[in-house]
Each structure stands twice: as C-alpha cells, then as structure tokens.
Design a protein around this ligand. Structure first.
Ligand SMILES: Cc1cc2nc3c(=O)[nH]c(=O)nc-3n(C[C@H](O)[C@H](O)[C@H](O)COP(=O)(O)OP(=O)(O)OC[C@H]3O[C@@H](n4cnc5c(N)ncnc54)[C@H](O)[C@@H]3O)c2cc1C
Length: 282
C-alpha cells in the first residue's frame, strides 16, 4: 500500500516547524521508523508532513546534573556515546534493545518519546529517571515531567502544534547499578514486557531505587510500590522477590494476539527479579 497524499514541508528552523505543525492535520517526521510504516499502511493520514531532520536539535551534553538530549539525537548515537555510557548507562543499554542497528541509525529520541509506544524502552527510562521533556509550541517552550507526558498508547501531553525539542534526564548518583531485562519473541523485536531498573546501594542498604515497566499497561509504569519496598533494606533475594511481586500487582497489561495479560503480568515479576539482581550486583 502507498501513503495517502500529503503536503511535504522541510522546516529549516524550530519556529518554522512549529508554524507548519500548527496547521490542521500536520505531523512531524523525524527518523520515520514509526511514522513511515503508519503512512504506508494508511493508519496515519496527515494533511502535511513536516520534516524536522534539518533542525539544529542534535545536541547531547551534560548540563549541571542533567544529561540533555536534543530531539534529533539518533538512538545509535545514544547507545554508543561515551558520555551517555558514563553518566546514564541505563539509557545507553536501553537503546541497544531498540530494533536493529538500521532502525537505531535513523530513529530519534524525540520520535521515540512522541510516538509513546507503551512497550518502548526510551519512554520507560524517561519515567524511571524522572525525565523532563521540553516542547516548543506557538506559545513558547514548555517543560513536561515524564510522569505527565505519557497519557496512553501513542498519546502524549504534546498539544497540537507543539514540537518536542529536548529530553533532560537527571544523572543517577555515583555508584548506581542498572539493568534492562526484556522478553521479545525475536531478538530486538518490540518487547512483550521490559523492565528497566537503576538502584543505588550504600553500605549494604538500598538508598534509591527506580523501576519502570514497559509493555504491561497503556503507558510505561513507574513501580513506586516496589521501589518503596527496596529502599532502606539490604538488597537480599527476599527484598527483591517482594519488589517483583509488587511490580506484577501494579501492572495493567493488555490481552492481545501477542500474549495474554496473565502471561505479561507473570513476566513483569520475572523480569523485575532479573533486573534487580543485576542492578545490585557488586
Ligand atoms: C523494525 C523496527 C523495530 C523497532 N523496534 C523498536 C523497539 O524495540 N523499541 C522501540 O522503542 N521502538 C522500536 N521501533 C520504533 C523506533 O524506535 C522508532 O525510531 C521510534 O519509535 C520513532 O522515532 P523516529 O525518529 O523514527 O520517529 P518518526 O517515525 O519520524 O515519528 C514517530 C512519531 O513521533 C512524532 N514525532 C517525531 N519527532 C517529533 C518531535 N520532535 N516532536 C513531536 N512529535 C514528533 C511523529 O509525528 C510521529 O507521530 C522499531 C521500529 C522498527 C521499524
């Protein structure tokens, strides 16, 4: 199938992109790894496609205590960046699970966040680490906390005409361990369920725990009950098992042709156990 007809605008500046996106039925095109298949299947029928690839939004830097990623930073760059590997290794590892290298060479941080796939790795990391997503719209810039950004499957808090320009991730404290545990039918397929974890242990006690689950609800889920069960305790097998049970209880997985909800819920617990064991390993 071919895409339905649309107008094509190649924006040269953020202002121009915002202006073009303010029209009825306009949609941004970044890496095209999700939008182009949707166009070709006619599941998306925008009147105007606004190509944002020429915008100056591919910065990747440390700013104070935040790792700042421009919306056009490609997944592969995040995965291989020494800065990301040093400051937020959870993000680098999570990106290595996104599709294949060809997909990661084109897919962008902004595209993954705006596409808001409930099984996506980047949204889960954003929710786990309390990212801030910065949008630019006709009324100017707006900062949105990750917990308020993802509203449902492929639904975000971006208003019509708003362009996502930046994602800011607070750098975890030194000495934090991390892990990504996923269940995919084939290597690097979109996950049936994925768990991302970042845990800080000091003198044998968990001082900070961040856990989020993808593919087990309409949005990435932050497992706050599980985190609370870990903090202040030694990271023993019992503590990890209670946290994993709490994660399973907090999920609201879909029943679909890929897997029944009960299976996804059970896997959320199994993957949480695996991720936490790895994250607290010396
Ligand atoms: C074979 C294959 C396997 C994949 N596997 C995975 C996987 O395992 N995990 C995973 O998370 N993803 C996976 N993906 C999706 C991939 O990560 C995409 O790169 C990502 O979802 C979208 O990024 P993009 O830059 O390609 O966005 P595009 O496809 O260009 O756009 C996606 C959506 O975001 C909007 N958008 C893009 N940029 C902006 C912006 N700056 N502001 C506002 N809206 C914007 C677009 O309008 C569109 O609605 C896979 C894709 C393929 C083809």
């Amino acid at each position: 199938m071919k895409a339905a007809p649309f107008d094509y605008v190649r924006a040269a500046t953020v202002e121009e992109a915002v202006g073009a996106l303010s029209g009825d039925g306009a949609r941004a095109l970044a890496g095209g790894q999700s939008l182009v298949p949707l166009l070709n299947l006619r599941l998306a029928r925008p009147t105007t496609v606004v190509d944002v690839n020429r915008l100056d939004l591919d910065h990747l830097r440390l700013s104070g205590t935040d790792l700042v990623l421009g919306a056009l930073v490609r997944h592969r760059r995040v995965e291989t960046s020494p800065l990301v590997r040093r400051e937020v290794p959870l993000l680098a590892e999570a990106m290595s699970h996104v599709g294949h290298v060809a997909v990661r060479n084109r897919g962008t941080v902004g595209g993954s966040a705006a596409h808001a796939d409930p099984a996506g790795e980047l949204p889960a990391v954003c929710v786990a680490l309390d990212a801030t997503l910065v949008a630019r719209g006709p009324a100017g810039p707006r900062a949105i906390a990750a917990r308020d950004f993802f509203l449902g499957p492929h639904r975000t808090a971006l208003a019509p005409g708003e362009l996502l320009v930046e994602v800011r991730l607070p750098v975890p404290p030194p000495g934090s361990g991390h892990a990504v545990a996923e269940l995919c039918r084939r290597h690097n397929d979109l996950a049936l369920v994925a768990v991302v974890a970042c845990v800080t242990v000091s003198e044998g006690t968990v001082t900070r725990a961040r856990v989020a689950v993808a593919g087990a609800g309409p949005t990435p889920l932050r497992a706050t009950a599980a985190e609370a069960l870990l903090v202040g305790r030694a990271p023993t097998a019992d503590a990890i098992a209670s946290a994993a049970d709490a994660v399973a209880d907090s999920t609201d997985p879909p029943d679909d042709l890929h897997a029944p909800a009960t299976y996804r819920r059970d896997m959320a617990a199994v993957l949480t156990r695996r991720a936490l064991r790895q994250a607290v390993a010396p």
